[in-house]
Design a protein around this ligand. Structure first.
Ligand SMILES: *Cc1c(COP(=O)(O)O)cnc(C)c1O
Length: 409
């Protein structure tokens, strides 16, 4: 197995580098960006959040889905430089991309791998494959080899109702594994369904108990197996503390999964000092005066009640700014909050900038984050998620996937 890369490589990141991760997109030259919006990724914030979440040797950062839109390879290199010893990815392709850039950490896939080519590649690259049912076990067994066993992570179903063996499957699973020396079970993992909901504490505790019992059965047969239960919310709440690995995702990127639970009863611990790593801005492309009575954008959902100054911003729903935010959100201009007015269009969005001081075309509007005046707060992914009735994960994935990114270390 190759060793983790040295820290030197991680310091070669350039803030001016706006090239999409080639490992994720293939040929970035074929993609013409259609929006002037920019997604800025603060890699130092991710490294700082990682350090706040616990000792590096217990954390398996979850960098699936292009690291929640923050860039798979950039994030992995950043975390490697601050001591990450393991990564959780979605599919095998993501793990293979990390190997191609020389990262030697333990890599665990969370999605089932079906095709023969990927199964073989994972074996040769020492990528740990998730196995959650008998069919997947046999699929892996067909690609294992006694002289070079295929490492697997056994998914335990404890209440998520998605992937994994149930408690009743353990005896048979152990028996089958004993007859398959080409497979090497290195990890047992389970996933919490509602660790972010204090009112569901009993359910989470039951999941933890079920997992512990399953681990006991599995580890008495395979003592080398490690355990992993907690996502960000579980980790913050102290669930699965006996496990060797925790799997934070959202909190690495600055989100607090317990934000929605604030003010509700139930035990809640917090991690202080998490910083959002993603900010998104777009240029104001035009500024105009609006008379009282003039309407703005499709459907005439907004009408000026007074004479006002309107800024037209070069971002829209094709760049991840959900149309459901129409007339309900704000952006920062000149460090102050300007209300968004009228329907969000595909590539344009309008702001009422009457009260934020002088504004000219070429000025910047901040959709997420950005420099802020004393009286205002930056807009967060949590705020947009709350307006839309969704979760910050979705906001980050959308902007990260749809807007040209730059990284700063
Ligand atoms: C996405 C995911 C995580 C990370 O969850 P967060 O809530 O982002 O911390 C952990 N484990 C599994 C199996 C996941 O799919």
């Amino acid at each position: 197995m190759p060793g983790p890369e040295g820290g030197a490589q991680a310091t070669t990141l350039r803030s001016s580098d706006s090239v999409h991760d080639a490992a994720m997109t293939g040929s970035s030259s074929e993609r013409a960006w259609f929006s002037p919006a920019r997604c800025h990724i603060d890699l130092a914030a991710i490294a700082g959040n990682f350090a706040r979440l616990g000792p590096a040797h217990r954390l398996m950062p979850v960098i699936k889905s292009d690291a929640y839109g923050h860039g798979l390879v950039r994030v992995a290199r950043t975390l490697s430089a601050v001591g990450a010893a393991s990564f959780a990815v979605g599919q095998a392709q993501e793990g293979l991309a990390l190997r191609r850039v020389g990262l030697g950490q333990q890599i665990v896939t969370l999605l089932p791998t079906l095709d023969a080519e990927s199964l073989d590649a994972c074996r040769s690259q020492d990528i740990v494959l998730a196995v959650g049912d008998a069919a997947q076990l046999e699929r892996c067994a067909a690609h294992g080899d006694v002289s070079h066993p295929l490492a697997i992570a056994l998914q335990c179903e404890t209440g998520m109702g998605r992937l994994g063996f149930g408690p009743q499957d353990v005896p048979q699973l152990v028996e089958r594994l004993r007859s398959l020396p080409g497979l090497k079970p290195v990890l047992a993992l389970s996933h919490l369904a509602c660790a972010d909901m204090p009112e569901e504490d009993d359910f989470s505790a039951a999941q933890a108990r079920t997992f512990a019992a399953m681990c006991q059965g599995l580890r008495s047969a395979f003592p080398g197996m490690k355990r992993s239960l907690a996502n960000s919310a579980g980790l913050i709440q102290g669930l699965g503390q006996e496990c060797e690995w925790h799997r934070p995702g959202l909190s690495l990127y600055g989100g607090n999964p317990l934000a929605a639970a604030e003010g509700k009863p139930g035990k809640k611990r917090q991690v202080d000092g998490l910083r959002w790593a993603m900010s998104v801005c777009a240029p104001i492309v035009a500024v105009r005066r609006l008379e009282a009575g003039q309407s703005v954008s499709y459907g005439r959902t907004y009408t000026a009640r007074r004479e006002m100054t309107l800024a037209v911003v070069g971002v829209g729903y094709a760049s991840g700014l959900a149309r459901g935010l129409s007339n309900r959100s704000q952006m920062l201009v000149n460090g102050r909050r300007a209300p968004q007015v009228g329907r969000v269009c595909m590539g344009l969005t309008m702001l009422d900038v009457s009260d934020v001081g002088p504004v000219v075309a070429g000025d910047t509007a901040w959709i997420l984050g950005g420099p802020v005046g004393a009286a205002d707060k930056p807009v967060t992914a949590q705020e947009l998620a709350d307006i839309l009735g969704t979760i910050p994960y979705e906001i980050l994935c959308l902007f990260g996937g749809m807007v040209e990114r730059t990284w700063q270390s």
